[in-house]
Design a binder for this molecule. Structure first.
Ligand SMILES: Nc1ncnc2c1ncn2[C@@H]1O[C@H](COP(=O)(O)OP(=O)(O)O)[C@@H](O)[C@H]1O
Ligand SMILES: [Mg+2]
Length: 367
């Protein structure tokens, strides 16, 4: 066997391993799945590359890995993070190309590897991995049921039902939509190795809502698209965005959407991406048209507010009644919240209370 083939053969056997671990899709199944993330790779090409007859380029590797990921999800098979990590595949692909290119340059495969390595922008274009999620709420409390629902809807965990690519967290102002979305997304981030994008759409800010076209520009720039190449209108940018992340496992959080039209053009559309939208609106249009699943967020019960109060003020705080020892007292504190003239939902109430009262609480706990 020619020495230049060693690394190529090793690389191809890793592709075959991944295929086996993801549930052994047939070449026809793989070919169909690649069409969901990029342009379809014909069966004959799959056959040729998997026999190491020619050098696979990055588009092939990326589409192949993603097709295996989609197949494994449809079979409820959990792949290890290292199996699907784009950076690891990319590094291995580059190593293989370098080894093959370093061999006799006249050889057909060596020439192809060299060409792939030196084609302009191949290893750099639109490649910055974004981790844009805001900080988690330090004292995040409760919401187990809703977190579990999001696991089911977006990750397919613990359910045989098909997952959806879009989830909507809806509920009144201050109920804890952003906190839930950020907390869930941070926990789920390792499942989105190609990055997590976050955009505050400010749908309820009368002065500065983020227009879809502006949101698209921000996302495209952060993915590395040079400003000069930005599409002129919203549709063109939406198309650029969809193709920029079509072969990536990206989580997109669209916070504070005003209505369905606000987010419609921002949805990635790829089977690999997941989108989490928060809104005061129920986004019925999105549910109907894009198959989004909704998680309704209700205000905290008084008991949940007491837990939050515990977390916020610290269990060691001297002079404060403990909710476990004196639940009645805590509930009496939380029920009337006179500093708040507004009626806001759930978690805000605990926060307002904690902000407004801590000194009084410490000095003079009610009997
Ligand atoms: N589960 C939670 N645990 C702790 N704090 C929370 C929780 N949910 C919300 N909060 C806090 O309550 C306030 C309002 O929550 P936020 O997520 O901004 O509401 P919304 O996005 O629905 O308007 C914030 O200060 C947030 O940190
Ligand atoms: Mg919010």
């Amino acid at each position: 066997m020619a020495p230049t083939d060693d690394e190529l053969i090793k690389f191809v056997s890793r592709l075959q391993d991944l295929r086996r671990r993801s549930g052994n899709p047939s070449l026809s199944q793989l070919s169909n799945l690649t069409a969901q993330v990029a342009s379809r790779i014909p069966k004959s090409t799959l056959h040729e590359k998997l026999r190491a007859d020619s050098v696979p380029d990055w588009e092939f590797v990326s589409a192949f890995v993603h097709a295996c990921v989609i197949f494994s999800r449809s079979k409820n098979i959990a792949l290890a993070a290292a199996d699907t990590d784009r950076d690891i595949w990319r590094a291995e692909h580059r190593r293989m190309l370098q080894a093959v290119a370093a061999a006799r340059p006249a050889q057909r495969k060596a020439r192809a590897a060299h060409q792939e390595l030196s084609s302009p922008g191949r290893y750099g274009r639109l490649d910055a991995i974004q981790r844009q999620l805001p900080a988690d709420v330090m004292t995040f409390t409760g919401r187990q049921e809703e977190l579990h629902l999001l696991d089911q809807i977006l990750l397919g965990l613990g359910t045989a039902a098909n997952t959806s690519t879009v989830a909507v967290v809806s509920g009144p102002a201050g109920v804890g939509k952003t906190a839930l979305a950020v907390h869930w997304s941070r926990t789920a981030a390792p499942r989105f190795p190609d990055g997590q994008l976050y955009v505050d759409l400010r749908g309820y800010d009368p002065d500065r809502p983020t227009a879809p076209t502006e949101a698209l520009a921000v996302m495209l720039r952060s993915l590395g698209l040079p400003g000069a190449q930005l599409g002129a209108d919203t549709d063109e940018r939406a198309a650029q965005f969809r193709s920029a992340i079509s072969d990536r496992q990206v989580l997109l959080v669209l916070d504070n959407a005003k209505d369905t039209d606000h987010v419609r053009l921002l949805l990635p559309g790829s089977a690999l991406c997941r989108t989490l939208v928060t809104s005061r609106d129920q986004l019925t249009g999105l549910v109907a048209r894009s198959g989004a699943e909704r998680v309704e967020l209700k205000p905290f019960s008084l008991e949940q507010s007491v837990s939050l109060l515990d977390a916020l003020m610290g269990r060691q705080n001297a002079g404060r009644p403990r909710s476990d020892a004196e639940p009645g007292t805590c509930l009496r504190w939380l029920a009337p919240c006179p500093e708040s003239g507004r009626r806001t939902g759930g978690a805000s109430r605990g926060h307002e209370f904690a902000r407004a009262r801590p000194r009084a609480v410490r000095r003079q706990p009610p009997a």
